[in-house]
Design a protein. Structure first.
Length: 69
């Protein structure tokens, strides 16, 4: 039982770290696109993909009832 809790905690920490990284990636792409004079279609797709990945993992954390401290 203790091993399961420890493994769950490790997975939860990995999920939170991934969420932080994806948010940082999304925000940096957003900043680049906001500063662009003529944003490319590929850049807009990358921005949308980064946003969707972040929101998906955020939703997964909510389902698991994980809170960042």
């Amino acid at each position: 039982m203790i091993k399961r809790k420890r493994i769950k905690k490790e997975y939860d920490q990995q999920l939170l770290e991934e969420i932080r990284q994806l948010k940082q990636e999304w925000m940096s792409l957003k900043k680049i696109m906001d500063c662009s004079v003529d944003a490319s279609e590929f850049g807009q797709c990358d921005l949308a993909i980064a946003r969707v990945k972040y929101l998906y993992l955020l939703n997964e954390a909510r389902k698991r009832n994980i809170r960042a401290q």
